[in-house]
Design a binder for this molecule. Structure first.
Ligand SMILES: [Zn+2]
Length: 103
């Protein structure tokens, strides 16, 4: 588990990605659809999910608002009305790292 925290979160509508910069310099760009599809809340993942799975959003979504949760996570208010996902910093970092492997 990483101890670094997010120092910058920036929406980039041109590329439909969110830029995430960590305190140790690690930088990632995560597509909106990826973030929404990997929403970690129980409503999206199910209460008994063993492993987080990707659920493709029904329609293109945008993050309307991104807010800090304590000093360990952010919450994202999506354009489809969904806002219960709490994205922990280490979870986001994991998502960003996976994203780079795919490219
Ligand atoms: Zn969710």
């Amino acid at each position: 588990m990483t101890t670094s925290f997010l120092s910058e979160v920036k929406r980039q509508p041109e590329s439909r990605t969110v830029k995430l910069v960590w305190s140790d310099g690690f930088t990632g760009e995560c597509p909106y659809d990826t973030l929404r599809g990997y929403c970690p809340c129980a409503g999206c993942q199910g209460h008994w999910a063993q492993e987080i799975q990707y659920h493709a959003p029904a329609a293109a979504v945008e993050p309307l608002r991104i807010e800090p949760v304590g000093n360990y996570a952010i919450s994202i208010h999506w354009s489809d009305g969904h806002a219960t996902g709490i994205y922990r910093f280490d979870y986001l970092r994991d998502l960003c790292s996976r994203q780079e492997e795919v490219q």
